[in-house]
Design a protein around this ligand. Structure first.
Ligand code: ATP
Ligand code: MG
Length: 247
């Protein structure tokens, strides 16, 4: 048991979830390492949602609402940390959910499918029986996507994505929204909208923003996107990680 007054309480609770998910076969070994890299950046931003992150979350909500075929991509870390919240978000957006793994094995796909079903998902793409295609004919395991999901999507939310795959998705003309605590990662740098914040804080806020914007007209939603500049926003996120000198 982690004592509630421990200064790193929330961080340690998440770490426990990640360790358990690894034991359950939800996470590949590298998923634990990716979490550690995320933890370090979270520490540097003060473990809270910054103003630039709030702006990018609003832009992400606008983009997902304007999409014709939005897809929420789920990997091991996402399933381990926010399965319930992702399923809820997919329902209010009428967006598809697709399992998308960098280290894809049939076993891990099955375990993640179970986690999402337990969270209430009715339709899950990218499962073992799905007909996966190669994006733009790139015959690499990193370019696979479900025919009715990411392959056909115009807007894709890909939290904690790998740089190579993000590049393939962006080059295929899709609008890519990513959640990545590292503002310097290739994924963060090349995505259309980058949310530099912890996924556990982002998804509930994204849901709130979607519910608010759903009541607005298209012009209002489009204006949010027009006034958003991802490069500028990333620079603002970087400024927050300013290492303070002690003397
Ligand atoms: P890239 O391939 O895009 O250059 P990378 O190689 O640094 O990135 P990956 O392991 O491919 O990193 O992706 C994991 C990314 O997810 C890391 O940048 C890490 O900071 C981020 N990350 C890990 N845990 C979280 C979390 N809970 N919320 C948000 N981001 C996270
Ligand atoms: Mg990578």
């Amino acid at each position: 048991m982690i004592p509630k007054n421990h200064p790193r309480y929330h961080s340690l609770v998440l770490r426990d979830k990640i360790v358990k998910a690894h034991k359950d076969g939800i996470l590949a070994d590298s998923g634990m390492i990716a979490h550690g890299r995320g933890e370090a950046f979270d520490y540097l931003i003060g473990e809270k949602t910054s103003d630039p992150a709030k702006k990018s979350i609003k832009a992400a909500a606008a983009s997902l609402l304007l999409a014709h075929n939005p897809v929420l991509s789920v990997n091991g870390n996402t399933a381990a940390l926010v399965a319930d919240e992702i399923v809820e978000l997919s329902e209010i957006l009428d967006a598809k959910i697709e399992i998308n793994l960098f280290y894809r094995t049939p076993e891990r796909v099955d375990v993640i499918e179970d986690v999402l079903k337990q969270a209430g998902a009715s339709e899950i793409l990218g499962v073992n029986s799905d007909n996966l295609k190669y994006i733009d004919g790139i015959e690499s395991p990193r370019a696979t996507a479900s025919q009715t999901g990411i392959y056909a999507a115009d807007v894709v939310l890909v939290p904690l994505e790998d740089g190579d795959r993000a590049e393939i998705l962006v080059n295929s003309g899709k609008k890519i929204i990513t959640i990545d605590l590292n503002p310097l990662s290739r994924t963060a740098q090349m995505s259309s909208i980058t949310i530099v914040d912890n996924i556990v804080r982002v998804i509930p806020l994204l849901k709130e923003n979607v519910l608010f914007l759903k009541e607005k007209d298209n012009e209002y939603i489009e204006n949010i996107l027009k006034s958003f500049n991802n490069k500028k926003n990333l620079k603002e996120s970087l400024k927050i990680i300013e290492i303070k000198k002690t003397n």
